[in-house]
Unconditional design. Structure first.
Length: 301
């Protein structure tokens, strides 16, 4: 543990270790990703995907290593029992900070298949990390606003097509598809702008979830629902690197998706779309209540 050092120095050390991990593992990923892209041979691609997933898991394990070295966090985690490393998972979670991603990777690495996040398409331009996400077949989405789609209706449906194509790739190897249903990180400003009916959550978007279920519903082992709470306040990424996150609470549960929601035309069938919305809204109401209970419990300690 390096927490005896000044916080800013802990942050610098953690940031350097995080950067070294990127500089080491991204070039290794590309060594195996480029032949997969250039040689469209199914058997070769399956073999290379397994290697790429293995590299991704080692990368995450190294991140967990520097987290243990630099952080003195009390973890309160429930729900890890019974997870299947060889299954397919659709994972959903609330989203408050970039720290959420490290939390999920740290807890779920090698317990379920490698997490694949839905990522905004413009993030493919992020130096090095954009290549890594591409190499690991992360689905890139457009995330156009309603105002933009009104002016450019030809762009409508591109997110659904990108999700469908990504899910087709996932069908060949056990995968965990991660979807932040809120579509963006929670802030009080966004919450107020949305006039969200939830106390601790933004409104969920069901479209990506519906399409993933439609594309891979016969393969998903189950839906894994995560609730992440920071009892001492939502941290920035820098605060996390500096070792200032003293407590993290995570609750996980596996949920059986109603059979009637496993297949359906989300865009073209208003009855199916309404049923999916109601199911997701109920999921979010339960999560909102759970966050309230966890914060109350943490405050009493």
């Amino acid at each position: 543990m390096l927490n005896f050092l000044p916080a800013y120095l802990v942050g610098v050390i953690a940031g350097l270790l995080l950067t070294v991990n990127v500089l080491v593992w991204v070039p290794i990923l590309l060594v195996f990703a480029l032949p997969k892209f250039l040689l469209p041979i199914p058997s070769l691609r399956r073999a290379l995907n397994r290697i790429l997933h293995w590299i991704g898991e080692i990368w995450i394990a190294c991140n967990s290593g520097w987290m243990r070295l630099t952080q003195k966090t009390q973890w309160d985690v429930q729900g890890l029992e019974g997870l299947n490393y060889h299954g397919w998972y659709l994972v959903v979670s609330n989203h408050q900070t970039w720290v959420d991603i490290l939390v999920m990777q740290h807890l779920l690495n090698r317990r379920i298949p490698l997490l694949k996040f839905f990522i905004k398409r413009e993030l493919i331009k992020v130096p090095l990390m954009g290549f890594a996400w591409w190499a690991l077949d992360y689905p890139f989405l457009y995330r156009h606003s309603a105002e933009y789609l009104e002016k450019h209706p030809e762009q409508r449906g591109k997110d659904y097509e990108a999700t469908r194509l990504a899910c087709e790739k996932f069908a060949t190897i056990s995968t965990s598809v991660m979807n932040f249903l809120e579509g963006t990180r929670f802030t009080r400003e966004k919450h107020a702008r949305q006039k969200s009916e939830y106390q601790y959550l933004l409104r969920p978007k069901a479209g990506g979830l519906a399409l993933a279920l439609n594309a891979l519903g016969d393969k998903f082992h189950s839906l894994l629902d995560l609730t992440i709470v920071y009892p001492d306040g939502i941290p920035t990424f820098w605060e996390f690197l500096c070792g200032k996150v003293k407590r993290i609470t995570v609750r996980m549960r596996t949920i059986e998706v109603p059979q009637e929601l496993m297949q359906g035309d989300y865009e073209g069938d208003p009855v199916f779309r309404d049923a999916m919305h109601k199911w997701v809204q109920q999921l979010w109401l339960e999560k909102d209540a759970q966050i309230q209970a966890l914060l109350t419990e943490a405050g009493s300690k």
